[in-house]
Design a protein. Structure first.
Length: 340
């Protein structure tokens, strides 16, 4: 029987009628002995967080532009109060805070057990947890199976290989109008119905979290912690992502999940538009007992010879299948590969 213990928490401090301090998102992961917390603290217009189904495209343009102009709360002290203990953490230059909280007796973390304070000059500001907007918890007690999934062009049509289409789609289409990759919902629901936990690791920046989170809900995709890169400012939006930076982010988060859940075996799902095959192969080779299968959606016309050779090597050396596919329906119908 599964019990909820992981958490994504949204935190707000009302500074003006419009602007609030926000941790967006705050991700919590728990095992028997520790509780991992991380999140970006930003100062953002709260109206940007409310996305409506029926709205004009210009409202989304306004939202996107403004979402890339939040002030990150860099080099600031955050106090976390938990079970009569006080932990202090300093945000980095991107407003990111990370902390590990030791646990006793494997007790579950509850929302009411945690209190947050932002230290501002001579003030200690209490950070209140909201009661409504996209506040949710995810958890499994001692889960045994998980899916780690990419987002862009794996489940969400993003056009990562076409900068013009990518920016146009981002500006004019909100979460309700964004297209899901065909048939991926049924593919993911098949895993969810078998009890798999879901974790999303993407190279998209945290500015897009409200859109991504609402997209997952609207498309009825399995919910789970969403790991995104640090907040980005508008003037840096059009910069090309460095290959090594993108790889580091995904490797760090996948390694974290392997550490937090040492008994969990994972299925890795991504696409071939970037470095997912290489990153996933790295973990399959270094943790063969932890990786069950790798699924790569073909965004390119066909896998490169090098990737096909690695697919063969992974199977011959570790019996780990790397499946390149065009349609997930073909996998579900296959006699060789089934979700079980």
């Amino acid at each position: 029987m599964y019990i909820r213990t992981n958490a994504i928490i949204y935190i707000f401090i009302l500074e003006t009628p419009i602007t609030r301090y926000t941790i967006l998102p705050l991700i919590g992961l728990q095992n028997k002995n520790k509780f991992w917390l991380e999140g970006h603290i930003v100062k953002i217009n709260q109206k940007l967080l409310h996305i409506k189904d029926q709205e004009k495209y210009w409202r989304n343009i306004f939202r996107v532009i403004n979402s890339y102009m939040p002030g990150s709360i860099e080099r600031r002290i955050l106090e976390i109060h938990f079970n009569s203990q006080v932990f202090r953490v300093i945000t980095n230059r991107f407003g990111l805070m990370r902390i590990k909280i030791p646990l006793e007796n494997g007790n579950m973390i509850r929302q009411e057990d945690l209190k947050f304070y932002l230290l501002k000059k001579n003030e200690k500001l209490r950070i209140e947890l909201p009661g409504s907007f996209m506040q949710c918890f995810y958890s499994k007690e001692h889960p045994s199976r998980g899916v780690i999934s990419d987002i862009d062009d794996t489940i969400l049509v993003t056009h990562t290989r076409n900068a013009v289409k990518k920016i146009h789609t981002l500006l004019v289409k909100n979460a309700y109008k964004r297209k899901a990759v065909k048939e991926m919902r049924d593919f993911y629901r098949a895993f969810a119905d078998q009890g798999y936990s879901f974790f999303y690791v993407s190279n998209s920046e945290a500015n897009l979290f409200p859109m991504i989170r609402l997209f997952l809900e609207h498309q009825n995709l399995p919910l789970g912690p969403v790991f995104l890169k640090s907040f980005k400012k508008w003037e840096n939006l059009f910069e090309r992502k460095k290959k090594i930076t993108a790889e580091i982010h995904k490797r760090e988060k996948i390694a974290l999940l392997l550490e937090v859940f040492p008994d969990m075996k994972f299925i890795l799902i991504g696409d071939d538009s970037r470095q997912d095959p290489e990153i996933y192969s790295f973990f399959a080779r270094n943790f063969p007992e932890r990786i069950q299968e790798i699924y790569i959606r073909n965004v390119m016309k066909k896998p490169s010879p090098l990737r096909l050779a690695e697919k063969q090597n992974l199977w011959e050396e570790f019996r780990i299948p790397m499946i390149f596919f065009n349609s997930p329906a073909d996998i579900l119908k296959s006699e060789k590969i089934s979700v079980n």
